[in-house]
Design a protein around this ligand. Structure first.
Ligand code: NAD
Length: 345
């Protein structure tokens, strides 16, 4: 592991002061003045989240980072070194993070990767016999399926190596950078305070929805609705405009009527209707169509496993598959469904 920068423990705390800092110190086993943190997955969400985490932790705390993409780790280390926000260590493997950090956050792309990274962290089952004897506190902010998340949690708790909380997030890349994310958590009630304190270093709201797995259940239900609302909004805007309505007048009417939803009001798919929407900048940025499709399919799979009927889901998933394959839509914000439908731009 490589130490990137060290700063005197006497330097002032940035955000965690007073009671919050004192409470958090209660679960540090290294020393009264230091805590150790880990962050794995420095992607579009994870990188700015880890940056906010590092900026809000006391400088003498250490943050261990890990990503298969070495460039992301190097860029993070260079940025933190420049801004002098505190100690960062580059870990070569997830296991090194788990061996050295008490509280570990992951933001990874899919269920298979989450599973393999956690297996790597907890195998062999000797974490609490190393330098840090305290059980680890794992928070997974990835959007994955509930069954995989429960399996990971079970493997951690049954081997006595720690606690696992699912904390999928909403707010996108913009919210991750601004530190305004909302986390939906599934956690045993005695871990809610600790998870909340950690997550508020990267976001603004933490909603406890129930036992482990409940955060993902909420997140998948919400993103299922979002995926369908997005398609329906694109279809409705397209039909109204083709019938001769002015796009802004149509959106304005919908947004004070019963069709109103986030895709119509904030992320309207028609360019020019909402100046700040991805549609108004060539569908760049925003919530990628591949991610929307991934979440929709996770929700469909979980619903099938529970024996639920989802007549709209399959049709929407087929549509998103086709949108993802279309060269003029691939990689764009998911409101690009409007373009795929042949909407007037
Ligand atoms: P991303 O693909 O940009 O980043 C994932 C990171 O994980 C990458 O840096 C990648 O190199 C790293 N990684 C992959 N395999 C790894 C491994 N085996 N070990 C260590 N690192 C590994 O994804 P993202 O957009 O940051 O999303 C992360 C999670 O958050 C996903 O589950 C996504 O669904 C969810 N999410 C994303 C958004 C969004 O707007 N991007 C919003 C809400 C939730």
């Amino acid at each position: 592991m490589k130490t990137v920068c060290r700063f005197a423990a006497s330097m002032s705390r940035l955000a965690l002061t007073g009671n919050a800092a004192a409470r958090r110190r209660c679960f540090s086993s290294t020393s009264a003045a230091q805590a150790t943190w880990g962050f794995i997955g420095l992607g579009r969400m994870g990188y700015p989240m880890a940056k906010n985490l590092r900026a809000k932790l006391p400088k003498e705390d250490t943050l261990f980072i890990q990503d298969v993409n070495k460039d992301a780790m190097d860029a993070f280390a260079a940025e933190i070194s420049e801004t002098a926000t505190g100690k960062v260590e580059l870990a070569a493997t997830p296991r090194q993070v788990a061996e050295n950090a008490e509280t570990i956050i992951t933001a990874l792309p899919n269920p298979a990767i989450v599973k393999s990274v956690y297996e790597f962290m907890i195998t062999p089952a000797s974490l609490t016999k190393g330098q840090i004897s305290q059980p680890r506190f794992f928070i997974d902010a990835s959007t994955i399926d509930i069954i995989t998340s429960r399996e990971v949690s079970e493997s951690i708790t049954s081997s006595g190596q720690g606690t696992f909380v699912d904390a999928p997030m909403s707010g996108g890349v913009v919210g991750a950078a601004a530190g305004t994310l909302t986390f939906m958590i599934g956690s045993p009630s005695n871990s809610v305070d600790r998870a909340t304190e950690a997550l508020l270093l990267m976001g603004r709201k933490v909603l406890h929805l129930g036992e482990q797995g409940a955060g993902l259940a909420g997140k998948l239900a919400n993103n299922y609705l979002l995926a369908l609302n997005n398609v329906a909004t694109a279809e409705a805007m397209n039909m109204g405009i083709k019938w001769g309505l002015d796009p802004k007048a149509l959106a304005g009417m919908i947004n004070i009527s019963t069709g109103r939803c986030w895709p119509s009001e904030v992320n309207n798919p028609v360019p020019g209707v909402i100046p700040t929407s991805p549609a108004s900048r060539g569908y760049e940025g925003g919530f990628g169509v591949a991610l929307a499709n991934k979440d929709l399919k996770l929700a469909i799979k979980a619903a099938e496993e529970a024996g639920l009927k989802l007549p709209m889901g399959k049709t929407a998933a087929d549509l998103y598959d086709a949108v993802e394959k279309d060269v003029s839509c691939k990689g764009k914000d998911f409101s690009v469904v409007y373009r795929y439908l042949g909407g007037k731009e």
